[in-house]
Design a binder for this molecule. Structure first.
Ligand code: ACO
Length: 428
């Protein structure tokens, strides 16, 4: 029996359908709210209570700490699949067969070459420019080299656009790092797999042999899987809303990169490491920083703590914490900031302020420590997140376009001046 929700506004009663998702999540369908009430809207800054779409890609339960892609648990995917395999699953809906996977990998490799003129654009950036700004700009610049619009009714054209972006994006990311460092650009080596290629493109220098460490490649693969999709977060919503105007895939993803950059979103991984280093330089006094985070007169926030959706624990943070321990054991190295991070987590989790507000370590709390152990400089942390999130952005863009969703255009409640007379210069 279908349920209804009743809404009484200014003495009048209205009814709206109640819809239920696969995992029994309940939503009130207010699509006809304005038309049936003569203009009433809902107000929800930050969209804390608003579902912007129906989606079949990712399920997460913030209370229970569950994250699944297309029905598969993140814990299983990180252990049993590769980054490209999960990317295929997220984008197309099913795990690839061996043949589909071989074709997917080959098609992506085929596109791992940039038009040489892209180098002129990169040269226009000053050495030392932040790679996130470069990656956002360069992703958009791909539209100049691929001006044809994608016919959304053609699965071949969508597939080509997707494999192009999957192939070229890590090259843009690696070259942004090289430009930042004033280092020469490396081309992809298609004898290597996707993740190994990312490392060699970023770190190989022509004067020396570059030896890939299989432990590092495996750790990076797992870390990237953990970032692949996270339903309607800030950058993904941005990609969907930009794409809803029928802007192309590259332009939509470029806007996602910009949204990810902020320190309240993907930029938190850089902010966490900088915070941990500051605490270390300041003598490692963790309690002092916990007190600062709780002080409402101090703008300081514990970076890597808290999440809009996870109110129990972030399953990705658990996997990453364990992965960090395993990586250091395998590499036979250590990082003093890992001890500070663990101490910070321990103190915060026992503290009433964090418990009351349900603030737990999120995906960014430990990821920076792994990136650093793998040799990535701090300015590349958010770029690595972007490489990981690319399949999610693509999948969400594709789903939105194939569903024929309407252009994203929220309403507002106007609270400015009522009509008033124009005041000429000499009377102001
Ligand atoms: N440190 C201290 N206090 C915090 C923190 C924090 N990291 N996060 C939230 N709070 C407090 C807020 O001050 C607020 O307190 P109040 O109720 O007394 O006013 C309460 O907890 C609720 O916080 P909101 O900001 O309302 O929660 P929201 O869901 O809007 O924000 C967010 C979530 C942005 C992630 C927030 O927790 C935060 O800023 N965390 C630090 C940045 C970070 O790690 N971002 C990465 C998120 S994961 C990702 O995007 C990949």
């Amino acid at each position: 029996m279908s349920e209804i929700a009743k809404l009484i506004v200014q003495g009048k009663e209205y009814e709206f359908p109640v819809v239920v998702g696969t995992e029994d999540e309940v939503a009130i369908d207010v699509k006809k709210l304005r038309s049936s009430t003569g203009g009433i809207i809902t107000i929800d800054p930050g969209f804390k209570n608003t579902g912007s779409c129906e989606s079949k890609i990712t399920f997460l339960d913030g209370e229970k700490g569950i994250l699944r892609h297309r029905g598969y648990a993140i814990e299983e995917l990180t252990k049993k699949a590769s980054f490209l395999e999960v990317a295929y699953l997220i984008i197309f809906g099913e795990l690839p067969t061996r043949e589909q996977y071989a074709k997917w990998e080959k098609d992506i490799q085929h596109h791992a070459l940039l038009n040489e003129e892209m180098k002129d654009i990169i040269d226009g950036f000053p050495t030392g420019a932040h790679p996130m700004g470069m990656v956002a700009s360069l992703t958009n610049a791909l539209t100049a080299f691929n001006p044809a619009t994608v016919d959304i009714t053609s699965s071949e054209e969508i597939y080509t656009a997707i494999t192009k972006l999957m192939g070229k994006f890590p090259v843009l990311a690696a070259w942004s790092h090289c430009k930042n460092q004033g280092a020469p650009f490396n081309y992809a080596d298609n004898s290597l797999d996707y993740v190994a290629n990312i490392m060699q493109m970023m770190f190989r220098i022509p004067t020396e042999e570059y030896k890939l460490n299989p432990i590092a490649v495996k750790a990076l693969d797992e870390l990237l899987i953990l970032h692949e999709d996270h339903e309607q977060n800030c950058s993904t919503s941005t990609v969907r809303i930009v794409g809803s105007s029928e802007a192309g895939l590259f332009a939509s993803v470029s806007s996602g990169v910009s949204a990810l950059w902020g320190r309240l979103h993907g930029g938190a991984n850089q902010a966490v490491l900088e915070m941990l280093e500051n605490i270390q330089k300041d003598g490692g006094d963790v309690e002092k920083y916990i007190a600062k985070a709780k002080d409402k007169n101090d703008p300081f926030r514990l970076m890597g703590f808290g999440h809009r959706v996870y109110k129990n624990f972030d399953p990705r943070a658990r996997i990453i914490k364990k992965a960090a321990d395993e990586l250091f054991a395998d590499l036979g190295t250590s990082d003093p900031v890992l001890a500070i991070a663990k101490h910070l987590e321990e103190v915060a989790l026992k503290d009433e302020y964090f418990a009351e507000r349900k603030l737990y370590p999120n995906v960014d709390f430990y990821s920076g420590i792994i990136y650093r152990a793998l040799g990535f400089p701090v300015h590349m942390f958010t770029v690595m997140f972007a490489i990981g999130r690319l399949p999610g952005w693509i999948a969400q863009w594709r789903e939105m376009r194939l569903n024929g969703e309407p252009i994203g255009r929220p309403r507002q409640l106007y609270t400015g001046y009522a009509l008033r007379d124009f005041v000429p210069f000499d009377k102001r």
